[in-house]
Design a protein around this ligand. Sequence first.
Ligand SMILES: NC(=O)C1=CN([C@@H]2O[C@H](COP(=O)(O)OP(=O)(O)OC[C@H]3O[C@@H](n4cnc5c(N)ncnc54)[C@H](OP(=O)(O)O)[C@@H]3O)[C@@H](O)[C@H]2O)C=CC1
Ligand SMILES: CC(C)(CO)C(=O)C(=O)O
Length: 302
Amino acid sequence: MKILVVGAGAVGGYLGGRLVQAGRDVTFLVRPKRARVINGRGLRIVGLGEETTLHPHTILANEITSTFDLVLVSVKAAALRSAMDDFAPAVGPDTLILPVLNGMRHVDELAERFGERRVLGGVVVVSTTLDADGDILRLADVQSLTYGSRSGPPPDQLVGMLGGAGFETRLAADIIGEMWAKWVYIAATGAVTCLMRGTVGEVASTPGGVEFARAVVAECAAVAEAAGHPVPQEALDGTRQTVTAPHSSLTSSAYRDLIRDRPVEVEEIFGDLVRRARQLGAPVPLLSLVTLNLRVYQGRRA
Ligand SMILES: NC(=O)C1=CN([C@@H]2O[C@H](COP(=O)(O)OP(=O)(O)OC[C@H]3O[C@@H](n4cnc5c(N)ncnc54)[C@H](OP(=O)(O)O)[C@@H]3O)[C@@H](O)[C@H]2O)C=CC1
Ligand SMILES: CC(C)(CO)C(=O)C(=O)O
């Protein structure tokens, strides 16, 4: 079973790297600069006491000559459109496409381009970033991938392809519900950390911080509920606990991008949630505020 990982960044490099370690048939679709790094110093996974160097197969867009069984899409939202052009030749009649981007709207873009049936839903929980050397730096010991079909039959063939490779995997019956739950989690974590410019713990240990974080979670959860995908109580309690933990060093990838002056996935994580909330009549003053705040940031960068 041939897997093409599109984007060897923090998420794709980590999951793809684990699959390489487990002996799976993995190729990374990369752009020339990233190819030079990986072909020079290797694909390195570091942090939390680990220092792993791998030498995976890499390929550039113009070198794709065959199709793959699975395309794992792990680019940032802003790069999705050009990535779709790049990996299109790798998509054959039976290829499945599994995106792991945060948010929801990438699924529609992929389905519009490649067809509803082959585009799965995916939720990844890792905490990784690329360091100055281009190595994949692990920030927390969490790694899971939940995936599932959005409409067609369950993709049972992926169980063996992705399972047992050093990260948890789960084939979900309701992947759209799981994506909403993750969206609530990431939007809440992102809003708290980006708006307050601090870690979860810094916000929670400041007077008013816990109340603020709770209000953000309530807003996000109300949108999911209004959209017909209420977050299960246990997951919601977990999110609330995570974003109000006083000593937590947790941030979000949106916040990590913000403090490094990189583009933030503003529209995908926050703007799209606000848009849906308005359509559904759910009040979202805090999410509107973080969206405006980050749009100003994004505008200044442009
Ligand atoms: N980091 C995290 O902890 C988590 C991130 N996510 C989500 O996962 C998604 C990916 O994030 P993350 O991995 O952090 O992002 P990164 O920026 O670290 O990685 C994205 C990678 O995609 C590559 N890329 C972009 N366009 C192409 C292309 N056309 N062909 C090949 N490679 C391409 C970039 O390479 P280049 O060097 O060429 O620009 C880059 O290496 C986002 O939606 C994010 O929200 C979800 C959970 C956790
Ligand atoms: C799970 C979490 C919060 C890990 O960083 C994430 O998805 C993100 O930051 O994008």
